[in-house]
Design a protein around this ligand. Structure first.
Ligand code: NAD
Length: 509
C-alpha cells in the first residue's frame, strides 16, 4: 500500500531536500531518514539543504515576491482554489502517507488533508476581502484610509504532529495576501511535506508560475535557526515546542523582525456538577487519547467537581479499558503510536515524575510489546490523580497522559485551569448558563480557545487559532489572522487647494 502511495508522489529511496515550487533542486546536505512509528520501517530519505542552497532558495523567493505582489489578490486566490482542488484529488493518498509517517489514525490523516482543503476555500474567499478601514480626516478636502500590503517572504517552521495542515494554514493565507513562502517542515515528517510539494508543483507548472513562490527546504534545527536569523525573511511563523519558540523569538526580535508563534498547550476541561457526563466522556476521551495525546490541543487536565468525580472517573476507567491500541491505518484502532522512541522515553519519565511527586494512577500506563508493537512506539493511555501544582502537571508531556483533580467551587476551578504557564485551549462541560458565561467572561479562561460542551481539541479553520502566555500569542487560520501576514499602511490624500496641517498648527512661509 505505502509503495503505491510513494509512487503516486514520485518519492524514491533518497529525495532532494528542496523545491522552488516548480522544480526539485538537487541538494547536497546530509540526509534525513523518515522512519514510520507504525511498524518501525524506514520509509525513505531526503537530502537536507546546505546554507548555500538555502540562500539560493531565498534569492528565488525574493524575485518571486516582486512578481507575486503585483498579481491581483483574487487572481492569487484562483491559484489557491486550484491547490484546494488538487488536494481533493489526492486526499486519500496524502492522508494515508501522513498516517503512516506520523502515526495518527487514518481518519485523522484524512481529516488533516480536509483541513488543508478547508483553508484553501477560506483563503479563496479572503482573496476578495483583505479590507482596511476608512477614517474621517480632521482636515477639509482630505481622505484618510488604511490598506494592507504583503510583507514579503514568510518562513514557515512546522512541527511533526500536523505535518501538512500547519503549512497550509500559513501558506494559503500568505499566498492570497501576496507573500511568498519558504517551508521548513519537521525533520520527523519530511515525506509528507515532499508529497505536498508534488501536488503544488503540478498546479504551479500548469499556471506557469515562477520559481520561488512557495519553496520547501528540508533540514533540522540549524535550518530553522538560519530562517530566524535571516533579515530577508519578513515573518517567521513557527509551530512547535515552547523551547523552540523562545529561541526563535529571541533571534527574530534581535533583528526586529516579525514572529508568529504557535507553541505548546496544557489544556484543561472543567467538568461541572451540572455537566452531561455522557457527552463529557466522549469529549474527554477523544481529547486525551486522539493522535496518542500528540495534539497541541490534547486534553491533559480534567478539573472535576467533587460531586461527580467518582462517577466520571468510573466511566473513564471503563472507556479506557475498551480502547484499542495498534496500527493507526486499521480503522478499528483508537490509538496509534507515539512519533519515536525519544517520545516514549519522555512518556516513561513523566510516569516516574508523577509517582515521585505523589500522584496515583487510576489507569496504569506502560509501553506495549509484541509483534504488533514492534516499532517500540506504542504506549498505553493512562490517567493519574494529581495536584495542579506538581511540576510534571505544569509541563506539557506530548503523550496520552490525563491528569484528574477535584474542585469545590467554580472560581477555584477556573483558577486551577489558568494556573499553568501555557494558554492554548480550554473547555467547560456544564448545562448551567451562569457557569458557562463566567468561564467565557473576563474572569474566566485565559486561553486563546475557550469552549462550552466541546472538548479542547479539534478546532475549525474559520476561527483564529492560537494561545496566550507560553503558547506564544500567535493567531493563525481564520477570522482576521491574515493581518499577521501583511503590513498596514495609513494613507492621507489631500484633494483640496490648501495644505492645512494636522492639529491646526500654523506654519507660514
Ligand atoms: P519542536 O519544537 O521539537 O520542533 C518544531 C520545529 O521547530 C521543527 O521543524 C524543528 O526542526 C524546529 N526547531 C527546533 N528547534 C529550533 C530552533 N532553535 N530554531 C528554529 N527551529 C527550531 O516540536 P515538535 O516536537 O515537532 O512538536 C511538538 C510541539 O509542537 C508541542 O509542544 C506542541 O504543543 C506544539 N504544537 C503547537 C501547535 C500550536 O498551534 N500551538 C500546533 C502543533 C504543535
Amino acid at each position: 500500500m505505502i509503495n503505491d502511495i510513494l509512487n503516486t508522489f514520485s518519492i524514491s529511496e533518497q529525495n532532494p531536500g528542496a523545491s522552488d515550487g516548480v522544480q526539485f533542486i538537487s541538494t547536497s546536505g546530509a540526509g534525513i531518514n523518515s522512519w514510520s512509528p507504525v511498524d518501525g520501517h524506514k520509509i525513505a530519505g531526503v537530502q537536507t539543504v546546505t546554507k548555500a542552497e538555502y540562500d539560493q532558495v531565498i534569492t528565488k523567493a525574493q524575485a518571486a515576491f516582486r512578481y507575486w505582489r503585483t498579481v491581483p489578490a483574487p487572481a492569487r486566490g484562483e491559484i489557491v482554489r486550484q491547490i484546494g482542488e488538487a488536494l481533493r484529488v489526492h486526499k486519500d493518498a496524502l492522508g494515508k502517507l501522513v498516517s503512516y509517517e506520523m502515526g495518527k489514525s487514518l481518519q485523522e490523516g484524512r481529516g488533516e488533508v480536509q483541513e488543508m482543503i478547508d483553508i484553501c476555500d477560506f483563503a479563496v474567499g479572503l482573496s476578495r476581502q483583505l479590507y482596511g478601514l476608512t477614517m474621517h480626516s480632521e482636515r477639509p478636502a482630505h481622505r484618510m484610509y488604511e490598506q494592507w500590503h504583503p510583507l514579503g517572504i514568510v518562513g514557515i517552521i512546522s512541527a511533526f504532529n500536523f505535518p501538512v495542515a500547519v503549512w497550509s494554514w500559513n501558506a494559503m493565507i500568505a499566498l492570497v495576501c501576496g507573500d511568498v513562502c519558504v517551508w521548513k517542515p519537521s525533520e520527523k515528517t519530511p515525506l509528507s511535506a515532499l508529497a505536498c510539494f508534488r501536488i503544488l508543483t503540478e498546479v504551479f507548472n500548469k499556471n506557469q508560475l515562477p520559481e520561488g513562490l512557495c519553496s520547501l527546504v528540508q533540514g533540522g534545527k540549524d535550518l530553522g535557526e538560519w530562517m530566524a536569523e535571516d533579515p530577508r525573511v519578513a515573518l517567521v511563523s513557527a509551530t512547535g515546542s515552547t523551547r523552540m519558540g523562545k529561541a526563535v523569538n529571541i533571534t527574530v526580535a534581535a533583528r526586529l523582525g516579525k514572529c508568529l508563534l504557535e507553541l505548546g498547550g496544557n489544556n484543561a476541561i472543567i467538568v461541572s456538577g451540572d455537566a452531561d457526563l455522557d457527552m463529557t466522556l466522549m469529549g474527554v476521551v477523544f481529547g486525551a487519547v486522539g493522535t496518542a495525546g500528540q495534539r497541541c490541543t490534547t486534553t491533559r487536565r480534567l478539573i472535576i467537581h467533587e460531586s461527580v468525580f467518582g462517577q466520571l472517573t468510573e466511566k473513564l476507567k471503563n472507556a479506557y479499558a475498551q480502547l484499542r491500541i495498534g496500527d493507526p491505518l486499521d480503522a478499528r484502532n483508537h490509538v496509534g503510536p507515539l512519533i519515536d522512541k525519544d517520545a516514549v522515553a519522555q512518556y516513561l519519565q513523566a510516569l516516574d515524575a508523577i509517582q515521585n511527586e505523589g500522584g496515583t494512577f487510576i489507569v496504569e500506563g506502560g509501553v506495549l510489546e509484541g509483534a504488533e508493537y514492534a516499532s517500540g512506539c506504542y504506549v498505553k493511555p493512562c490517567i493519574a490523580v494529581v495536584e495542579n501544582h506538581f511540576a510534571i502537571v505544569q509541563t506539557e508531556t506530548f503523550a496520552p497522559i490525563l491528569y484528574v483533580m477535584q474542585y469545590r467551587d467554580m472560581e477555584e476551578a477556573i483558577a486551577m485551569q489558568n494556573d499553568v504557564p501555557q494558554g492554548l485551549s480550554s473547555a467547560i462541560m456544564t448545562l448551567n448558563l451562569r457557569e458557562a458565561e463566567l468561564f467565557l467572561s473576563v474572569a474566566g479562561s485565559d486561553c486563546g480557545i475557550a469552549n462550552v460542551n466541546i472538548g479542547t481539541s479539534g478546532a475549525e479553520i474559520g476561527g483564529a487559532f492560537g494561545g496566550e502566555k507560553e503558547t506564544g500569542g500567535g493567531r493563525e487560520s481564520g477570522s482576521d489572522a491574515w493581518k499577521a501576514y501583511m503590513r498596514r499602511q495609513t494613507n492621507t490624500i489631500n484633494y483640496g487647494k490648501e495644505l492645512p496641517l494636522a492639529q491646526g498648527i500654523a506654519f507660514n512661509i
